[in-house]
Design a protein around this ligand. Structure first.
Ligand code: LLP
Length: 403
């Protein structure tokens, strides 16, 4: 990111999320180009970063959206995503969410259980509509990633096993109110190995073939998200290798290929800027206390995730320090034993790779206002979400306050 960080934080304050929109565009085109020659849709996983301007930026490039709540569906529509490129996934959908999704006529609802299929059929019947659906198959493959973001094993709550999926397709195909147009799998996030994707794609493509044999014609083959990114020194999956694996698995089938990348699109487009409040030394243990906290960026606390941290334009010999926030939890840290030069009040730190699952997982814990978000496009900066105020936070409570 080619920016003057000091000028940015002077203008917008800290803590601050900054996203490089040119990088996002580059990621989108790299992946889209890797699908060249095949029908494909890149359904950006909105949960990774659901800022309206981020979604709109991708929508303008032609991206669709993968959503896991009606809120996300509405964000995608508001941001200008074509309704026929929106998928509504997730293990649990309320009836009102199903109804709204059907009324809004999005591409399809992705189902994760037989019980859910019956609910969707019921709601579709009430509306007198046919629901386009896909079924999430759980291929029982170990994705070799962090257990919290692994989803493709039977021990995980996601999807249905092959035989159940087949029974569901047969049922849906007969139903007046269901139209099984798609098939889906997603085995986990931050995947750095291709083999689990290859195996899963083959298993699911074989199911498509066996459905075809009984005249159930699947049109959309959705391989989910999960392409890993570099936070530290990971060697991860290349777009072209990824698509080759999908092409091989689906050979001979006439399908539109879908994928749902979130992290791949935005993680390394984003940086989180936070200012040093002060340093402190507890019996030889060095702490750098900053103005951002776990409520702003929870990945290190929640998953022990690594994010590279650097001081911006500060000279001096580095020694290890824990970078911690002001939240009242020992888990409120961004990094442990991070090599940093001596720091003073108002020095600036940058926490890298913060574009995915950063702001979207932020909370108001400790009544801390959520940070502002800024986009950089062609070296120009613009605010894409204002810093929250105290008034924003108490708005839904104040009118009920009895004195
Ligand atoms: N599709 C489905 C059905 C998903 O469940 C997910 C992510 C994605 C696509 C996008 O996956 P991606 O391409 O971003 O890996 N909060 C965690 C990640 C949770 C991922 C949940 N599902 C983190 O910060 O690492």
């Amino acid at each position: 990111m080619n920016i003057d960080a000091h000028a940015l934080v002077e203008k917008y304050g800290t803590p601050l999320y900054v996203y490089d929109f040119n990088y996002i565009e580059n990621r989108y085109t790299t992946l889209k180009d890797a699908f060249a020659g095949k029908k494909s849709i890149i359904n950006y996983a909105v949960k990774a970063n659901s800022n309206l301007s981020v979604i709109a930026h991708l929508a303008k490039l032609g991206a669709g959206a993968d959503c896991v709540s009606i809120g996300e569906v509405n964000r995608a529509l508001t941001a200008g995503v074509d309704k026929y490129k929106i998928i509504f996934s997730g293990v649990g959908k309320r009836d009102d969410e199903i109804r709204e999704a059907l009324e809004k006529d999005i591409l399809m609802l992705n189902l994760e259980s037989e019980a859910e299929m019956k609910r969707v059929e019921l709601v579709a019947r009430e509306l007198g509509k046919e629901a386009r659906i896909s079924i999430r198959v759980n291929p029982n493959i170990d994705p070799q990633t962090h257990p919290y973001i692994s989803t493709g094993l039977h021990e995980n709550k996601f999807g249905v096993e092959i035989d159940m999926a087949k029974r569901m397709y047969i049922y849906a195909n007969k139903s007046e109110f269901l139209n099984p147009v798609g098939i889906h799998f997603h085995i986990g996030s931050q995947l750095t190995k291709l083999d689990p994707i290859r195996e899963s794609a083959q298993i699911v493509a074989d199911l498509v073939r066996s459905l075809k044999a009984i005249k159930i014609d699947i049109k959309f083959f959705d391989v989910g998200g999960g392409i890993g990114v570099v936070y530290d020194d990971e060697v991860t999956i290349k777009a072209s290798e990824y698509t080759q694996v999908i092409f091989q698995a689906t050979k001979g089938l006439d399908l539109t290929l879908l994928c749902e990348p979130g992290r791949y699109m935005v993680a390394n487009a984003g940086a989180f800027f936070t200012k040093v409040l002060y340093e402190k030394n507890n019996d030889g243990k060095r702490f750098v206390i900053v103005d951002g906290g776990m409520n702003d960026l929870i990945r290190p606390s929640l998953y022990d995730a690594y994010h590279k941290i650097e001081a911006v334009n500060v000279e001096g010999e580095s020694t290890p320090a824990d970078v911690v926030g002001p939240v009242c939890e020992s888990g409120d840290f961004f990094g442990k034993d991070v090599p940093l030069p001596p720091l003073e009040h108002n020095d600036l730190l940058v926490i890298h790779s913060a574009g995915a699952y950063g702001f979207t997982m932020a909370s108001n814990y400790n009544t801390r206002a959520k940070p502002a978000e800024v986009a950089i496009e062609n070296t120009k900066d613009r605010l894409i979400r204002a810093r929250e105020t105290y008034d924003d936070q108490v708005r839904l409570e104040l009118e009920y306050l009895k004195q």
